[in-house]
Ligand binder design. Sequence first.
Ligand code: G
Ligand code: G
Ligand code: MN
Ligand code: NA
Length: 256
Amino acid sequence: LRLENDMRRALEEEEFEVHYQPKVQLTTGAMTGVEALVRWRHPERGMISPGQFIPLAEDTGLIVPIGMWVLETACRQAKEWEALHPDSPPLMMAVNLSARQFRHPSLMEDILAALQRSGLEPHKLQLEVTESVVMDNSEHAIGVLRELRKLGVKSAMDDFGTGYSSLGYLKTLPLSNLKVDRSFVKGLGDNAEDSAIVRLVVDLAHTLGLKVTAEGVETAEQVAHLKEMGCDLGQGFYFSRPLASEAMTELLEAGV
Ligand code: G
Ligand code: G
Ligand code: MN
Ligand code: NA
């Protein structure tokens, strides 16, 4: 209860921060996007990770205003970084949407508002939703994804392989990217099952016309396997941990 009350105040007190983790094109090594990851700098408890407070924010509904703040902050940041990243391809800003945000009636309005207020072009924004969210309420989910596509906003299925996707249903979803869950990436090379699963997801995604991102990439060996499989993008500690905005700005200024 204490944490819940603290969270209600945290937005006004500006205790939330957004950190950014690079996504790297595996063939070139170029950073082509970042994922926005919220952090809470609590005045007494220090940094609280989203794993600890997002579930509570989801239960209380506070995820809607917090998520809106993250979205707008990330869009403004992406607009600011555009100038530092003039080479093609453009830098894609990915933002996570939780189940409650995805179902909220004001979602499309909120996204449009964030794009308009920041001036970010819709095709430079990608929204990451988990498998269970998209598979949960199919009619609604398809409707939202269609509207996003109409707007030009990209969408990714996060943590793919951990839920229960119907492959037939996946075919009908207007997505642009699949993110292979890090639990499968972890075993690449050592574990025949994990390697087979990742290869399958890469081939499936490409057959469906989607790009694939491997999450949780930690070793050069994993990168080699992913390249051999034709995986498009990698994200993980091997490339970079999530960085505060100042650190990411330095990285972009250095021309990475
Ligand atoms: O950064 P970390 O590994 O602690 O993130 C834990 C979980 O919190 C991840 O599943 C991530 O997707 C989620 N998360 C991080 N930032 C956000 C956010 O801004 N909104 C939502 N809904 N989830 C987030
Ligand atoms: O569920 P989601 O994929 O959105 O979770 C993103 C979280 O994963 C980030 O908060 C980040 O801290 C964590 N993460 C990013 N890269 C790695 C990695 O290479 N290994 C592990 N174990 N976690 C990672
Ligand atoms: Mn994510
Ligand atoms: Na993820």
